[in-house]
Design a protein around this ligand. Sequence first.
Ligand code: PHE
Length: 466
Amino acid sequence: MPRIRQSIHGEWSSRWTFILAATGSAVGLGNIWRFPYLTAENGGGAFVFIYLACVAVIGIPVLMAEIMIGRRGRQSPINTMETLAIEAGDNPHWRLLGWFGVIAGFLILSYYSVIGGWTISYVLYTASNSFENATADGVNTIFTNLVSSPGTLIAWHSVFMLLAIIVVARGVKAGLEVAVKFMMPSLFIMLLILVGYSTTTGEFAHAIDYLFTFDMDTLSARPGSIILAAMGQAFFSLSLGMGAIMVYGSYLPHDASIFKASLGIAFADTLVAVLAGLAIFPIVFAYNMEPNEGSGLIFKTLPIAFGQMPGGSFFGAMFFLLLAFAAWTSAISLIEPAVAWLVENKNLKRRYAASYIGIACWFLGLLTVFSFNSLSDFHPLEFIDQFGSLGKKNIFDLIDGLTSNIMLPLGGIFVSIFAIYVMSREATRDELDMGDSIAYKVWRVLVMIAPITVGVVFLHAIGILG
Ligand code: PHE
């Protein structure tokens, strides 16, 4: 019989809280800010299609594996990996996978917080009517002014980081439940309103075509980088490969179905991303904007809609506020693995652990702040010619690409290997509680294949496989 472990950090009050919290982690800037601009950067439909395929065949199985490992280990990812490896008679160095995730989460939060800061500042812009009847140029200027002012960016970055520290310090469960229960559905409704507005722009059909037509020509121009970006986005959006979902799984009560929860989380996450695309692209086309606006895309498009619609300053402020909340509930999951470890191993109080990590991350975030102004032309990898576009990326782009496209999928490879080859079949079957059903077998096969799929994408991306 498996030992039923208890987490020293407590448990979610029910499986619903877990689903909400995990959805809170998954749904965030990744869906509404990152997904649309990556779609544009990678030419639309083909990217979207590959992203959706990655969610289905890699994302959901790995999501289940992470929740399962977390619940079985009941500790921070670092200690969970070590405990479960020892239990299976394998090498305790599997803990390094936990460390790898902690580093990835730390790097991601450093820039996530800066973009979270943009979002908060947009609550104020919209609320103060700055966008009323604004033209595309006017909206563009407001964004450019914001990002070219390091002082303002640092101020908002600080506010966002502080908010993340406060929640993690109080324990992820207190406060989070309310935030997720009300904010998530409201954000969803706001998105529907925006999509509704976008249907009136006259370019809705164009957007559908852009998002959902698989265009082989775009794909074949640079398949490696498009596929890599789509796969990276699947990992990023589902919060996979770095321990966030694993640590949340460690607080999950035993009677909850991991399979159903995973399907629900993945569905909600994907739906929000698709809705964001449907809200944004009609505006892009209606105002003759270049879709490939880079990371400022939503900040340069949505305010136009808010500036036109009746009650726009209210809806706009609500939208950015809810987006800031969604970002907040994701941010806390980015440092929770590290904080849980400090509490377990260094006997630190949560509030100190959260503060130390948050402050260190804040400093790292300055690199992102300056990537949009004084360091915008600093391309650290310029000297490596053979990497082509890598040589044109600034520090923010590099941190973002390194974490989403390399670290998270790599984490996913090892999580999969662990779930299949280190944990016994009996242990996974017991924890997933699906018996020997077809669903369990399909899961096993998909997790077994996941490292190969990810590996093939990597090889494509570096040009070894055509
Ligand atoms: N999934 C979050 C989003 O889409 C970002 C995130 C990535 C959170 C990795 C935790 C871990 O915004």
